[in-house]
Ligand binder design. Sequence first.
Ligand code: TXA
Ligand code: MG
Length: 352
Amino acid sequence: MNTIVKKINEDNFTDTDLCEAAKILREGGLVAFPTETVYGLGANGLDEKASKKIYEAKGRPSDNPLILHIADVDSLYEIASEVPESAKRLADEFWPGPLTMILKKNNKVPYSTTGGLESVAIRMPEHKIALALIKESGLYIAAPSANTSGKPSPTKAEHVIKDLNGKVDMIIDGGKVGIGLESTIIDLTSKVPTILRPGYITEEMLNNVLGTVDTDKAILKENKDKNYKPKAPGMKYKHYAPKANLTIFEGNEATVIDEIIKRTMEKQTQGVKVGIIATDESKEKYQCGVVKTIGSRKNNKSIARGLYEILRDFDDLDVDVIYSESFLDNNLGQAIMNRLLKASGYDLINVR
Ligand code: TXA
Ligand code: MG
């Protein structure tokens, strides 16, 4: 298949620029597009055949449900069978934005989109191109992250091209995304609203609107029960993973840096190529390995935005192992550590 790559400037485009993409979607094709979190791979979410194509292109297990993207709150009532008060309040506060809500589905939504579940994941993205594309197509767009299953989510069109060129009809290049981690997922079908995937919208922000929220035990750093099944089917897969083995070191910052240097030197004498995930603050301290900075400790948002790109960069550099510093797992840090831990297969070493 020939993949059309179309550059669109988020701050300077018209609906006409999206005509072709919208037409492809209406005809059952696949279009990758930028959102504020990560790039998505879109198809008509109510068309069984179209959403099946998403699974094929990504190599995604069919029990892993898709998020339906909408462009206005009223659409909620078109695809959910019940819209609780909590959903209205969250939509008021956080939509458009990086929050996905799980609600009971109605019978317009095919099981092929929900992985056989009675619930459906719904999000109204904030990115101007994403919103305009949903409107222009007149569809509810099912869109997982636009990566090959298991690889880090794409934060730039180049990442999408690398994974999906020749497998999708069009890739819209809207530049680098703003947030860099997938949306927060909150399940509103359970008695107490429950966070199934941490993201930019933090537990505290959700608590402020809803009063109480739970967090699925599976995503907590301290959960050591490997057999516990996460409530979001996608969270059970080894995910976000770079090619090289990633190990994370936690503890006092200076001790962590010393430990990474020591291990890097050892590996290098054995001819092993080591990548180091450092920060703006620490990068100068490493005089060995292939050092890349993920962002600044003074700004967690920069770390979130740099995470997937650095993992993909190390793929391109063909390093054999990656050593990473760790980050505080509060607020946005919870999402950062969740993704980093998953990328490492929970290989965390405490050097205190
Ligand atoms: O930021 C995002 O959410 C991005 C952009 C493109 O919108 N999308 C994204 O989609 O991250 P994906 O498919 O990579 O992740 C969707 C997650 C998976 O873990 C899936 O299992 C979960 O949402 N999910 C979807 N529907 C669900 C449902 N009905 N119940 C529980 N989990 C669900
Ligand atoms: Mg994904």
